[in-house]
Design a protein around this ligand. Sequence first.
Ligand SMILES: Cc1cc2nc3c(=O)[nH]c(=O)nc-3n(C[C@H](O)[C@H](O)[C@H](O)COP(=O)(O)OP(=O)(O)OC[C@H]3O[C@@H](n4cnc5c(N)ncnc54)[C@H](O)[C@@H]3O)c2cc1C
Length: 427
Amino acid sequence: MTQHVSQSVEQHSFEQDSFEQEFDIVIVGGGIVGLSFACELAATDFSVAVVERNELKAISDEPDCRVSAINRFALQHFKRFGETVGSNAWQSILSERACVFDKMFVWDQTGAGQIQFDSVELGVSELGIIIENNVLQHSLLEMVKAADNITYLCPEEISEIDYRQDDSVPENGIESEGQLSTVTLSSGVQLTARLLVGADGANSKVREVVSIQRSQKSYQQQGLVCNVATSEKHQHTAWQCFMPTGPLAFLPLYNGYSSIVWSLDEDSAAEQMALDDEAFKRSLAEASEFKLGEITDVSQRFLFPLMHGHATDYVRPGLALIGDAAHSIHPLAGQGANLGIADAAALADVIRTADQAGRQWFALHTLSKYQRQRKGANQLMEMSMTGFKELFGQKSGLVAEIRNAGLTLVDHLPALKYRIIKQALGI
Ligand SMILES: Cc1cc2nc3c(=O)[nH]c(=O)nc-3n(C[C@H](O)[C@H](O)[C@H](O)COP(=O)(O)OP(=O)(O)OC[C@H]3O[C@@H](n4cnc5c(N)ncnc54)[C@H](O)[C@@H]3O)c2cc1C
């Protein structure tokens, strides 16, 4: 094992204006992915700091509008985090605010094509859960705070990053101890790290500082999100309708409501936002072909611009990008956070294994293993989402006919159907 920096700073307790503290790993960004990565490192010998600029908003009685479909792979990891740090935060969140879904029903609005996935046919208890992002973050944060080796710094903004690693091949094959990167926070506190992890979202400052390029393209769509009550029960099913204007999802919530993620071109999004609640309820029910009956209640609506982008590299010596900092995709299959959680698991595994073998866990050749494990899988998912979006955006009669026939055909080909769903579930 290589030597680790031990640190005894208590959480949130930097008192001096200017203070330097050494960590093995500094994670910039305490979103779902940054916190998941921190949890992966709980109860290890690594000293870890998480820097997050925004305090989490309190959990309210009404469900929040930003939710995520979380797959089985991620669920298994969250359960293990709780066991590792001896916290029941995850179990209590699961029972109170998560909605298990055991079926998915996908249909093409332009025809008769449809496909259904059922956990029973897969031999599993559920396909995943729908959970508010905010609630999930609270639960992960509780587990982070229960870990002795993790310091959570919030609200703290990064004001400067001094990245000092170089790419040169070690002389005589002997690796150096690696140089420390320094992160200066808005409070004046300086943190040094052997490994700097960018989990700071699509506009990652960490990525920018080391000049890693990112291909970025707008889908020319906005994601309209809100929560609705419906006259028919959601049946613990994730409903997804493909329309030429974009996909519309009804995701089941713990309180019987459904979370709406409706991808619309810019003009249609503006039109839907301009409708009063009654008109919007009618418009949404019609768009969903009344699959859940009438819309009887609707929350405030929000729009999110939809982009996809991919970093050319995920790693540099002593630096790695995870989650949306490395890639972002269309939300149509609810995979963005799941991919980031899988990145976090893979990166943690690579550095833990290298450390246990006495190798340099922050060296480029170690971190490259993480990139090799994750980049292809993430690119494939990104291309599939973009392909789906294009395919279902086609209005041509012939394309629509083939598409509808294809959906129904896949529904009758169990082997292919379950390969697709297993990929989405991360199993
Ligand atoms: C409408 C919509 C629906 C979606 N639905 C799903 C779904 O059902 N399932 C799914 O898996 N994914 C879904 N996604 C994608 C998912 O939300 C994202 O992939 C995921 O939230 C990315 O998490 P992240 O932690 O990588 O980044 P972010 O959530 O962007 O977190 C980055 C964090 O870093 C912090 N930060 C940034 N810069 C700094 C700085 N300089 N200093 C300190 N802190 C900083 C930010 O405050 C933030 O907390 C959806 C996306 C959209 C738009």
